[in-house]
Design a protein around this ligand. Sequence first.
Ligand code: ACM
Ligand code: ZN
Length: 548
Amino acid sequence: MKKVIFILITSLVFVSCGIEEQKISDEDLALIPLPKHVVEKKGSFKLTRSTKVLFYPDNEELKANAEFLSSLISEGTGFETESKAAKFKSSDKGSIMLILEDNEMNPEEYSLSVSQQSAVIKANTATGIFYGIQTLRQLLPPEIERAGMGMNINWEIPAVEIQDEPRYPYRGMMLDVGRYFFPPEFVKRFIDLMALHKMNYFHWHLTEDQGWRIQINKYPKLTEIGAFRDESVVGHLRDKPLKFDGQRYGGFYTQDEIRDVVAYAKTRHVTVIPEIEMPGHSLGALASYPELGCTGGPYKVATRWGVQKDVYCAGKEETFQFLEDVLTEVMDLFPSEYIHIGGDESPKDRWKKCDHCQARIMGENLKNEDELQSYFIRRIEKFLNSHGRQIIGWDEILEGGLAPEATVMSWRGTEGGIEAAKELHDVIMSPTDYLYIDYYQAPSEDEPLAIGGFLPLQKVYSYEPTPEELNEIEARHILGAQGNLWTEYIKTADYADYMAYPRACAIAEISWSQKEAKNYDDFLKRLNLHLERLDIMGVKFRPLQEDE
Ligand code: ACM
Ligand code: ZN
């Protein structure tokens, strides 16, 4: 925090000097993720009461972008900045212009040109324009994030020419709401912070052993029963004797709340990927509908963390009917092409002893329970594909044979991702050793309780998503990277912030910025300034330490 305060003081001194023509040094551009090309120029563009946000052509998406920017400026400056559709005229000096044009750029690419006269963002998609706005935002004094700063601040944007586009098309963050429930307001803010860092896929882990969190109209017991557990573990699961709090715990999102979050994410150019776990991590569903398990129950929503032996029965037709019904409602709520179907950590103990599962193995000519899991996932994939959707599964879906169109999320290291890419399947990299942001970020004695592991910021930043083992064609199947925030030990919004930031900033940079530009010291310099912005936004990040 000391550094943050130091920077706050130096920037106030700088602002109060009102230096207009001086070229601002590199360190003063706190851009994260680092853009592809940045040329700094002399001078700056200054927001005033008469600054307008103009956009052209007049369409809904661009209008939404312009309103996003004008309300950011209005709230921070108190200027009541207007946004309107208008073709650029040379008399429009003093304006910010968002111009959607038919050009050669890639779909997420943008250019941003700031001079003393204007700030102009160009792209050929509204998403590109939105990313240009996020860069412009990061060039503004961080106080723009605090309501009503008014004339106390010199609202200068340094003159620059920026051309920028992402290295990978998939830049993701996952939030587990099964272990602890996070309300829609928190989820929206999580998405807002992703958007600030140009991340574009929010993976919403919605069903778990410890709680089913999504309302499904056809199966009301999922949220009447499955969304609540009797108690939760106190301390670490490894502590002996294991302690519980005796408090009933739960919660879920109504379909209206989900629609609202999905619509909100769209305005931030973030796609929400729902995860409905199968065949494992399904005690929330089994407690509600015990007939879907091999033994028929009774089952209870889990109160302790860890892998559970009771999973959906792969032999009974009811299981597939249930999942297809659930997925039908899920598809109605989530326009995302990708639906995540889990697939991880599904023990085969019950299947080995279940007559229904064994009959399925015989009837389908399967070799063993691994092939039964593959049958399960393929069948669900076929259903989702027939509705124009694609599945993502954790890397266990490789076992027993990969479903034909599946995208693999590689978490148990990178081997699963490498194997899938060699089979020319798409891959999202999310290995525990580098991208599990529920791990400790400093030695555990000094930190609040976490699940384990050790993942300091520098290690996250060091991660290279494309494995060396892949040739050029295979490497094209690495879609990007994702940080995962599992919440067994994360009960509060503040602690979620603390675990996610600033490590998510590093994940944003490794998945957006160019490989050749990677430089941890430079990242840290920018991050030091950027954290001031996050601080003003109320993010309870883990402050950088002297030796970071
Ligand atoms: C996982 O961390 N079980 C995907
Ligand atoms: Zn069974």
